[in-house]
Design a protein. Structure first.
Length: 389
């Protein structure tokens, strides 16, 4: 591997050169079944024909338009995205490049909303222990996992953490005199795929509405169809004030989006926020393909069905090294009795790509287009690895 990169990733020893569908190919020509989708990014798989066509055609027109102006494809993408998120109350969108950038925008909206309506001092944002909201200093400040905080303080002031699922702690912490926003992931991804309970999210929405605290939903990993509904929060039957998206939103092209509902849609004014590459035409063209594909109800039903099949096969083994299986749709976690990294190494050698979340959880985020036979094939490879450890 090249020795020119900073040592920021625990990389496995492989370099990929091409892919198709649920498969990647390395420099030596070996094929690997991909249960990662680039950490939920390549949601339509590799070299998806409609995506390739849209990106190629857009590249032949215009790659970038600065935000003094507008591009036709960015307008179309924004309109379609807001419409897709309208069922949970979204009305306007800001386009950026990443999940962390979307979450930065969400913080700014929540704090300015509170300042405009209530004055200084009401700026605290509450998030959950086990949460993950990004790696910038501010989004790290909002992340409720100490392992990500080491060596990077001091952090942005004004964040508090509470245990997920504790209704009394939720009620106590949401002080309308000091709190601007409550930040939840409907499914905590980096913690190990932990869905929040529906009564907890319902109570959160109720408290926030009563106290005029903005409900902020981070759907960067669990959104855009990953759980079998376009947004994970749709299955909970709640509306939000802010929703953030990224990862699979453009099927592999960098993008991020912060969407705002009625309360928050007009909070930001000219020059309050910006992003050089936000609304990039290539990302927008790719995003239109993703939205047109994923919003189709039969397509979403297939994601849910495949996820059920995946979990059923995994659970049918009753393997002694698997302790618990969680998830929804094609967002699946499995706690194991051994360290996760050797499993990832063994899977790579066997021709399977999987993820971890923490030290003893395997994480599976395969493309939505994966076939049943590929699910079975990949899980059989995984079983072989677990049997040898």
């Amino acid at each position: 591997m090249a020795d020119v990169f900073m040592n920021t990733y625990h990389r496995l020893p492989v370099t990929f050169v091409s892919g198709e569908g649920s498969w990647l190919r390395d420099k030596a020509g070996k094929k690997y079944l991909d249960f990662t989708a680039g950490i939920a990014v390549n949601c339509l798989g590799h070299a998806y024909p409609a995506l390739v066509k849209a990106i190629s055609e857009q590249a032949a027109k215009v790659n970038h338009v600065c935000n003094y102006y507008q591009s036709d494809v960015a307008e179309a993408f924004a309109e379609k995205l807001v419409a897709a998120c309208a069922p949970v109350g979204m009305r306007k969108v800001f386009l950026g490049n990443s999940g962390a950038e979307a979450n930065e925008g969400a913080c700014k909206i929540a704090r300015k909303y509170s300042l405009k309506h209530y004055g200084p001092g009401r700026h605290t944002i509450v998030s959950l222990k086990g949460s993950f909201h990004g790696r910038t200093i501010t989004t790290l400040s909002a992340t409720g996992q100490e392992r990500f905080h080491q060596d990077f303080g001091p952090f942005t002031e004004g964040f508090r953490f509470i245990p997920p699922g504790d209704l009394s702690a939720l009620d106590r912490v949401l002080d309308p005199a000091s709190v601007a926003g409550l930040w939840l992931e409907p499914i905590q991804g980096e913690k190990g795929i932990f869905p929040l309970d529906p009564p907890y999210i319902a109570a959160a929405a109720k408290y926030c509405a009563e106290r005029d605290i903005l409900l902020m939903l981070d759907e960067i990993q669990c959104g855009v169809g990953r759980t079998g509904t376009f947004l994970a929060c749709e299955a909970y039957g709640v509306k939000a004030d802010i929703v953030t998206l990224a990862k699979g939103l453009s099927g592999g092209v960098p993008v991020g989006a912060v969407l705002a509902g009625e309360k928050a849609a007009d909070v930001l004014d000219v020059s309050d926020h910006g992003s050089t590459f936000g609304g990039n035409p290539l990302a927008a063209a790719a995003g239109l393909v993703v939205l047109e594909t994923v919003q189709n109800p039969p397509f979403l039903s297939e994601i849910a069905r495949k996820g059920e099949r995946f979990r059923a096969v995994l659970g049918s083994w009753e393997h002694p090294k698997i302790r618990e299986i969680r998830g929804k749709g094609l967002m699946i976690g499995a706690d194991i009795t051994t360290e996760a990294w050797p499993v990832l190494e063994g899977a790579l050698a066997a021709g399977l790509l999987i993820l971890s979340a923490g030290t003893k959880t395997l994480r599976f985020l395969p493309p939505y287009t994966i076939k049943d036979a590929e699910i079975d094939q990949g899980l059989e490879l995984l079983k072989g690895v677990l049997d040898t450890l």
